[in-house]
Design a protein around this ligand. Structure first.
Ligand SMILES: [Zn+2]
Length: 137
């Protein structure tokens, strides 16, 4: 998740858990994606008016988040689902060694889900990249 957003993260087969777009008008974007996703069957799974909405895209989430709420935002946020908490730790170390900036060290994020464990780094362009796992350790 991005910022303090709260939600579930289903475990699926792909390694992209969720993608989050910062948007300028949350309700306008919600209406757009509801209409555009209708043929695909993707619907809002959870969210909070004025903050964010998360669409269930079967084996992951597509999220839109109001951009003015939680600076600093990057326009696109991607979370990679990894296989273990050790992978989260290793990704964090490797990313920092490669020049990333810390945006949240590896650790539990119980505000998202009870077993959520993640880290956040900012890549060379400032994109907020997350590695996460949401399973019992
Ligand atoms: Zn995230």
């Amino acid at each position: 998740m991005l910022g303090e957003a709260v939600g579930r993260h289903p475990v699926g087969e792909t390694m992209i858990d969720h993608v989050t777009f910062a948007v300028g008008n949350l309700e306008k974007s919600k209406r757009f994606y509801e209409q555009a996703f209708a043929p695909l069957g993707y619907r809002v799974a959870f969210g909070e008016a004025g903050r964010f909405w998360a669409f269930d895209i079967d084996d992951g989430l597509f999220e839109i988040m109001q951009s003015a709420d939680k600076p600093p935002l990057t326009r696109v946020h991607v979370a990679f689902r990894v296989k273990s908490r050790a992978d989260v730790d290793e990704f964090y170390r490797a990313a920092l060694a490669a020049g990333a900036r810390d945006n949240g060290p590896p650790g539990p994020r119980p505000q998202y889900t009870p077993n959520y464990y993640a880290c956040f780094v900012l890549d060379p362009d400032g994109y907020n990249i997350e590695a996460m796992i949401d399973e019992v350790a």
